[in-house]
Design a protein around this ligand. Structure first.
Ligand SMILES: *Cc1c(COP(=O)(O)O)cnc(C)c1O
Length: 350
């Protein structure tokens, strides 16, 4: 038997997540992975690396709980929000029996994590204005244990209606968890659902330091939920999931000084987003969608040829599954100016 044949059937048939890194490319301007352009400095202690880390370091949990305005017993930390997604699926879904439900166009990892563990996927597309299709979701809740809802949604950028999310929490009470992915909430903190945790036992919120906190390479995320959900996830998580240096750095990022820096950088990026949005909107045939994260979804007359021209020119953006749309991460002002200038020139030529 070949090594390939030794693998589980599901794995043999799996197409891995096409992350920005995997897609390659070469250039000077990388606006394809919703990374922050800010590279902040941190101190690392290397004195106690002979010892295993604590499973859930108290200082990290308390720092994030304070930042998010929740209690420490409502917080779990993991290797990015992506591990949170996987833990939820492994904890709540029975393979070949239970399902998750998600609403594309949205983040790709819900589907891939479910597929890896042989969990059925119920797919209910967002409405034309990229909101939850409540009647269609309601009609498809049989056997569903987890409903994933991303707000602000990646790649469309819009917020989901709070009323819909609350209606969904009511409808699924006692049957399923509603997982609100708030990876970009730090760019619009007033829209968080975190203040509803006490009210809804089946609410779960995903957070990350990868985006606004400019720590994508750190791999540090959080799951906010009620203590009984957190305790179940802790049964499944690896014994030492958080490397010691990760805690050191994350605690610095969540200190008052770190939080102030993030706030400043969020304002800076929001100004760049407004600049790019205004500049692109003036070009004929271009539609820029209102967005709340550190990225914009933009529709062009011919996105494929524009994307390729940008790619050849060393400006790496992200194709979107939505027809003729490209997702542009918000970089520093120089990167935004160069990208806008190249797109303007390119569209004028055609
Ligand atoms: C980036 C992203 C994540 C993953 O965050 P990590 O903490 O880096 O794993 C999760 N959800 C959405 C919507 C994202 O865009």
């Amino acid at each position: 038997m070949s090594i390939e044949q030794l693998a589980r059937k599901t794995v043999r048939e799996l197409t891995p997540y096409q992350s920005a890194r995997r897609l390659g490319g070469s250039g000077d301007i990388w606006l394809n992975a919703n990374e922050s352009p800010f590279a902040n400095e941190y101190n690392i202690q290397c004195a106690r690396l002979n010892r295993y880390s604590t499973c859930q370091p108290v200082e990290l949990i308390e720092a994030y709980a304070d930042y998010a305005g929740v209690r420490a017993d409502q917080v779990l930390t993991s290797r990015g929000a992506d591990e949170g997604i996987e833990l939820l699926i492994r904890t709540f879904c029975e393979p070949n029996k239970d399902s998750i439900l998600y609403c594309p166009p949205t983040y790709g990892m819900y589907a891939i994590s479910a597929e890896t563990f042989d969990i059925e996927r119920k797919v209910v597309p967002l409405t034309a204005d990229w909101q939850l299709d409540m009647p269609a979701i309601t009609a498809n809740l049989d056997g569903v244990k987890l409903v994933f809802a991303c707000s602000p949604n990646n790649p469309t950028g819009n917020l989901l209606n709070r009323n819909d999310l609350e209606a969904l929490l009511d409808k699924t009470a006692g049957k399923a968890l509603v997982v609100v992915d708030e990876a970009y909430i730090d760019f619009c903190p007033e829209a968080t659902m975190a203040n509803l945790l006490d009210q809804y036992p089946n609410l779960v919120i995903l957070r990350t330091l990868s985006k606004a906190f400019a720590l994508a390479g750190l791999r540090c995320g959080f799951t906010l939920a009620n203590p009984d959900v957190i305790q179940l996830l802790l049964k499944v998580i690896a014994p030492y999931p958080v490397p010691v240096p990760v805690t050191d750095i994350a605690v610095q990022a969540l200190s008052p000084a770190g939080r102030a820096k993030t706030k400043f950088q969020v304002l800076d990026l929001s100004a760049n987003r407004a600049y790019l949005q205004a500049g692109l909107s003036m070009l004929s045939g271009v539609t820029v969608y209102e967005g709340y994260g550190n990225y914009l979804l933009v529709k062009f007359p011919d996105a494929d040829s524009l994307f390729n021209a940008l790619w050849e020119h060393g400006i790496i953006l992200r194709r979107s599954p939505i027809k003729n749309c490209i997702r542009i991460s918000i970089g520093n002002r120089d990167e935004c100016e160069k990208t806008l200038a190249f797109i303007r020139k390119q569209l004028e030529q055609n």
